[in-house]
Design a protein around this ligand. Structure first.
Ligand code: ASP
Length: 433
């Protein structure tokens, strides 16, 4: 009852947010406080609440989950399946994007590369160039280095998820290998912490409709008339290509995997995940959505904490299907727009870098832009070419984040199913694997 109500509440909030954003724009004010500032304030409050939960929730969840898996063999098996799932789905997403971007060639309109019809917004482009300057393949190595943090407290404080996850995995693993009395005390402590964090997550979720309203109203109110005009003309095909590719992945490829490998009903899964998907859409951040994702996967989809605590936190940073797809389409689009014909080998390079960088991209808004600049550098295009896609990046970010979160959740269900978990998605037809 509550579950259904929540997702409808969020959906209604989303529609109201679009209306409110259009009506108020950036300047309308009440008692000389602009509505835009009110949206920004409420949105940040909600985001902060979600972020506040992340560190204790993730750490306790992984420790309890890994301690539950116990022996090295169980862990190795789930780990292997999880990585396989991440790689297969990310590759599938990238290839979907690659086919569609070659089919629609959004960078070329009526045979003319966009660059010659399109004036780069030099201000915005310069700002991004500054942000991404000096980024290169070496950043990918840094990602792997950050997996083993030299200071675990600093990792937690700076939101370095990979380091935190690695430490928690190791901690949970060795916690079961100490004297029984200590092991039990440790387990009870972390279990209690985890339960408490779940209760806090429940409570924060009650505010999701308000948070979603504020976040989306802010995006809509902040859109300039020119953004919409640009979107309608030159960037329209790019926008639609990305949307279509994301839709194919989310509504065809992943549901097929759910049905064929997970043997669960995709429709039920969409329903179970809807609050998390709507939150991902409005926050454009997989990391901030993580508490909601875990809640929906465990409570609504019925996946055990043992599986979800392994697949989801790791997935939120490592498995980004939407992001990988977007990186590939965006880089190809920019190459087309600059009138550059990419050979098959170069396209293969784009695919590989998109796969690798999507692993390292943080689960925060606009994180892909850095990864795209790495690809552009690798194929010899100037970083400021990113300016081409800035006007539409935010909305596409919301969509690709939704796909990122959805893929993580499918992974959790599919792996739980292959591990023989019963009662997934409360499907009476389903036979445990
Ligand atoms: N915003 C995305 C996420 O959090 C990352 C990106 O593609 O920019 O999943």
């Amino acid at each position: 009852m509550f579950r259904l109500a929540l997702h409808w509440q969020i959906l209604i909030a989303l529609v109201l947010a679009v209306i409110a954003g259009v009506l108020t724009g950036k300047d309308a004010a009440i008692f000389s406080i602009s509505f835009y500032a009110i949206y920004a304030f409420l949105g940040s409050l909600f985001l902060n609440a979600l972020k506040m939960i992340i560190v204790p929730l993730i750490v306790s969840s992984i420790i309890v989950g890994i301690a539950g898996i116990g022996g090295g063999r169980g862990l190795g098996r789930i780990g292997g399946k999880t990585l396989l799932y991440y790689v297969i789905t990310s590759l599938l997403a990238i290839l979907t994007g690659l086919v569609l971007v070659n089919l629609f060639t959004p960078g070329i309109i009526n045979g003319v590369p966009l660059q010659s019809i399109f004036n780069l917004d030099s201000g915005a482009a310069a700002a991004v160039t500054e942000r991404v300057a000096g980024r290169g393949i070496a950043d990918i190595a840094d990602v792997f280095l950050s997996m083993v943090p030299s200071n675990i407290i600093a990792a937690a404080a700076n939101g370095q998820m990979l380091g935190l996850i690695f430490f928690s995995l190791v901690f949970g693993f060795f916690m079961t290998r100490i004297n029984e009395a200590y092991a039990e005390a440790q387990f009870n402590f972390w279990h209690g912490l985890h339960e408490t964090m779940l209760k806090i997550t429940d409570w924060v979720m009650l505010f999701a409709p308000l948070g979603v309203f504020a976040l989306v109203a802010k995006v809509i109110a902040g859109m300039q008339g020119e953004d919409l005009a640009t979107l309608a003309t030159s960037l329209g095909t790019f926008f639609m290509t990305v949307l279509l590719a994301l839709a194919v992945h989310m509504f065809v490829s992943l549901p097929l995997l759910l049905k064929l490998v997970g043997r669960v009903s995709p429709r039920r899964h969409f329903r179970a995940m809807s609050p998390a998907l709507l939150t991902a859409f409005s926050t454009a951040s997989s990391s901030a959505t993580l508490p909601m994702t875990m809640e929906c996967v465990e409570k609504n989809a019925g996946v055990s904490n043992r599986t979800s605590s392994f697949v989801l936190p790791l997935g939120a940073t490592v498995n980004m299907d939407g992001t990988a797809l977007y990186e590939c389409v965006a880089a190809m689009f920019i190459a087309q727009a600059y009138g550059i014909e990419l050979s098959l080998t170069t396209q293969f390079l784009v695919v590989t870098i998109a796969l690798l960088t999507s692993i390292g991209v943080a689960g925060i808004p606009a994180a892909s832009l850095v990864a795209i600049s790495i690809i552009l550098a690798a194929i010899g295009l100037p970083a400021e070419a990113i300016g081409l896609i800035l006007a539409v990046d935010r909305v596409l970010d919301m969509c690709r984040t939704t796909v990122n979160v959805f893929s993580d959740s499918c992974g959790a269900v599919i792996i739980a199913s292959t591990e023989g978990e019963a009662g997934l998605l409360l499907d009476p037809q389903r036979q445990p694997a």
